[in-house]
Design a protein around this ligand. Structure first.
Ligand SMILES: C[S@@+](CC[C@H](N)C(=O)[O-])C[C@H]1O[C@@H](n2cnc3c(N)ncnc32)[C@H](O)[C@@H]1O
Length: 280
């Protein structure tokens, strides 16, 4: 079996895939139904024809530009497993900073809202690490919410995560107030999407990418109403593109939010903007 995945590693490497070894190993583990540990301990075992064919088909999809996560239908985020479907974006390591900041801001007995939840990765990671917090998560895609529900069950937080279909705050019940609102909304400029790698342009759902002509439309919608749904002193935290720190800060300030701070990721790039709702 070791020989087989290494052959595919070499093929991917010759084709210029930067992570050829990891890609081939993960695809082989999925095709053979083995854990990472079993990939080592069963290294010398032979592979049956059906599994070898499954692996060949998976590598073919990788060559066509699909990401490994999308091919195997699963991705790890904040140390937890998340199922993907055609309507969900793959949770990305960049988004872990938003979870870190949210975990510092939220405490026992509090309630949070996640707008544009996709796989549910943000609230599920927070609830899994804060046993006494509850969350409401919204997405415009009913299909994405199917994945979020499955992920909430799988990660043991379904009883504390309510899921609603609709646009941003629209499906919420009037009168509810949150301690924290988080969002990783679509933030790519519409015209830029066509210039992105096939992995994103062809295989990621457009609804999860398209932030309108200047990439800021979702931030305007969210900022305009955040104050109405936050408790006094409550916080809004949004993930942003690496060049959006100043523009998103301006959008939040124009909506009357205060104490705005921009936080960088491990690569030193702007990644999250936080703001407070100060009651009038
Ligand atoms: C960038 S993805 C983020 C998904 C997930 N929160 C994450 O961090 O991986 C944006 C999500 O917003 C959802 N979305 C787009 N427009 C929306 C809207 N008007 N209201 C609610 N959700 C929306 C998309 O379906 C997608 O799931």
């Amino acid at each position: 079996m070791g020989g087989l995945w290494r052959q595919w590693r070499d093929v991917l490497s010759r084709l210029g895939f930067a992570n050829a070894a990891l890609d081939a190993k993960w695809l082989a583990a999925a095709a053979l139904g083995l854990s990472n540990l079993e990939m080592v301990t069963r290294e010398t075992e032979p592979v049956d024809d059906a599994a070898a064919l499954r692996l060949a088909e998976m590598v073919q999809r990788r060559m066509g530009g699909e990401s490994v996560g999308r091919i195997i239908g699963e991705r790890e985020f904040y140390g937890l497993p998340f199922r993907l479907n055609a309507a969900t974006l793959e949770p990305r390591p960049d988004t872990e900073l938003l979870v870190d900041l949210a975990l510092k801001a939220i405490g026992p007995g509090q309630r949070m809202l996640d707008l544009g939840t996709g796989t549910g990765c943000i609230p599920i990671a927070i609830l899994a690490n804060e046993p006494d917090v509850s969350a409401l998560a919204v997405d415009l895609s009913g299909e994405a919410l199917v994945a979020a529900r499955e992920n909430a069950v799988r990660n043991g937080v379904a009883e504390r995560l309510q899921l609603l279909e609709g646009s941003w705050f629209e499906p919420l019940v009037e009168g509810e107030r949150f301690d924290l609102i988080v969002s990783n909304p679509p933030y790519i400029e519409s015209a830029v999407i066509e210039t992105l790698a096939p992995e994103v342009r062809v295989h990621d759902p457009r609804l999860a990418l398209d932030g309108g002509p200047d990439g800021l439309a979702p931030y305007r919608s969210i900022a305009a109403e955040a104050g109405r749904w936050l408790k006094p002193g409550g916080q809004l935290m949004v993930e942003i593109g690496h060049d959006q720190g100043a523009s998103v800060s301006k959008v939040l300030a124009a909506a009357g939010l205060a104490g705005i701070t921009v936080h960088c990721d491990l690569a030193g790039l702007d990644r999250v903007v936080c703001a407070h709702h100060i009651a009038a």
